[in-house]
Design a binder for this molecule. Structure first.
Ligand code: 5AD
Ligand code: SF4
Length: 467
């Protein structure tokens, strides 16, 4: 097996004439977080520029990219299964190019090429901009290539993007994470924090506005650290303020903020803004101070309560969502009870709950007091049951109220209904809406509530306008 390591930057042949090769199709399968979703859009942009067309059918594809996640073992297992499944496509079409990208590629590198002989390209998280040149190498030489830089010393050059939607768009503001929470693999596979220049971010948002996008989500592993690594002097609050002044955009969201770094300046900017949504996703991870300390989170439950109180006092009606890990090493029944109590105390609008997953190379993977899987599963169930009740109670308080919704499209489960999201990021579904409302802000009277969604009807004014 010849493995070529590509470490230099070669420029992309722009907009190659696809007819030279006959029509060629690509598909990008994405696992994991929003950052991966956005990286996949950048892969698609490069492939389009090379003359490939997009397809949704694996059978039809001449090039398959699997953009992977390794934050939990469950994701890794699923992806290993998928990679194995692709072997038959290589057997059917030996010229097919199969690419593994993302966090698992960064972690496993050449091991993937050794384990799966049908792979052609392994591309790391700092090499995203190189996909086009790697594909050209494989097309020309039929060799396997590996491009995994250990660290990105600087920001990668911009590449073309093919966006998945037409209403909401992701805009990365920084890459990497410096926090080293003891359970988390992300700092090892995404590298140190690197912020994009403010002017680049603002011009990308302005461009998106011109293209008709209505909502943008500023992305980063820890958005509140924006700017700390650069000389520019602008911080996350400054970036939010600038983004808020862009006329053509209706809504601004951001993901993810670390509770420790959510400061008064940011809260004040959100309070004074028109477009920044009143949704605070603040991962607590555990409701026991002992566990938070062992996780290296850098805050206590008391601090978190005060933060939530401040947000609710200054911005009434805000929604607060969170991430929680159960079964972190050393978590006793009493400590888990503290998490349950905490969830009740805060009253989260929603919580994304996870079984602790041992990630080799992280400090917590070495801790001796690992929790048995059965105990973790029982705790997860208890936590989800409790959170579901809390979410339902909170959502029911919205019945008979009017909420502003950005219409995203038809409901996935029922094409006769429209769906959208409130500013607080709750999904809303309603009947009798034509496609002309898609991309617009409408007012919906909430008529019923479930754990994960609201149902309603268009307010009289919005219906009038429609007629
Ligand atoms: N096990 C379980 N959940 C994890 N997360 C990150 N690492 C792990 C792990 N090893 C969760 C955290 C984080 C979310 C994106 O994934 O809750 O906020
Ligand atoms: Fe992982 Fe912690 Fe960084 Fe989030 S802040 S990506 S949980 S290390």
């Amino acid at each position: 097996m010849i493995v070529r390591e590509v470490n230099t930057h070669i420029s992309i042949e722009p907009d190659r004439d696809s007819n030279k090769f006959g029509d060629q199709y690509y598909i990008v399968l994405t696992y994991g977080c929003q950052m991966n979703e956005n990286d996949s859009e950048r892969f698609a942009g490069q492939l389009k520029r090379l003359g490939y067309h997009s397809t949704t059918e694996l059978e039809k594809a001449d090039l398959i990219v699997i953009n992977t996640c390794c934050v939990r073992e469950s994701a890794e297992k699923k992806i290993h299964g998928k990679i194995g499944e692709l072997k038959r496509y290589k057997a059917l079409n030996p010229n097919i190019i199969i690419v593994i990208a993302g966090c698992m590629a960064q972690k496993e590198r050449e091991k993937l090429l050794k384990k799966f002989s049908h792979l052609d390209i392994v591309i790391g998280t700092h090499n995203i901009h190189q996909l086009a040149e790697l594909v050209q190498t494989v097309e020309a030489k039929r060799e396997k290539v590996l491009a995994v830089w250990d660290q990105a010393e600087r920001l990668a050059p911009d590449v073309p993007t093919v966006r998945k939607g037409q209403i909401s768009a992701w805009v990365p503001i920084m890459y990497g994470c410096n926090n080293f929470c003891t359970y988390c693999i992300v700092p090892y596979v995404r590298g140190r924090e690197r912020s994009r220049p403010l002017a680049d971010i603002i011009s990308e948002i302005e461009q998106l506005g011109k293209e008709g996008f209505k909502e943008i989500t500023l992305l980063g592993q820890n958005v509140n650290s924006y700017g700390k690594d650069s000389e520019e002097g602008a911080d996350f609050a400054d970036l939010l303020k600038e983004s808020d002044s862009i006329q053509s955009i209706a809504r601004i969201r951001y993901m993810t903020s670390h509770p420790r770094d959510m400061n008064d300046k940011v809260i004040k900017v959100i309070q004074d803004s028109r477009k920044i949504c009143e949704h605070f996703h603040l991962p607590i991870q555990a409701g026991s101070d002992k566990i938070l300390d062992r996780m290296n989170r850098g805050y206590t439950t008391e601090y978190y309560c005060q933060l939530v109180k401040k947000i609710r006092d200054l911005i009434p009606g805000s929604s607060i969502t969170t991430d929680i890990i159960v079964g972190f090493p050393g978590e006793t029944d009493e400590m888990f009870q503290e998490t349950l109590e905490f969830v009740k105390l805060i009253g989260f609008d929603a919580a994304y709950t996870f079984l602790y997953s041992q990630r080799s190379g992280t400090p917590a993977a070495q801790y001796e007091d690992q929790i048995p899987l059965a105990v973790k599963k029982a705790r997860l169930k208890q936590l989800m049951d409790m959170q579901n009740q809390v979410s339902l109670t909170i959502n029911k308080q919205l019945i008979h109220r009017t909420v502003e919704v950005l219409v995203e499209g038809f409901s996935k489960t029922d094409e006769s209904k429209l769906m959208g999201r409130t500013r607080t990021n709750k999904i809303v579904i309603w009947e009798k809406g034509g496609p002309e409302k898609i991309g617009q802000l409408v007012n919906i009277n909430v008529t019923s509530a479930q754990t994960w969604l609201l149902k309603g009807r268009l307010t009289f004014n919005d219906r009038e306008e429609e007629n």
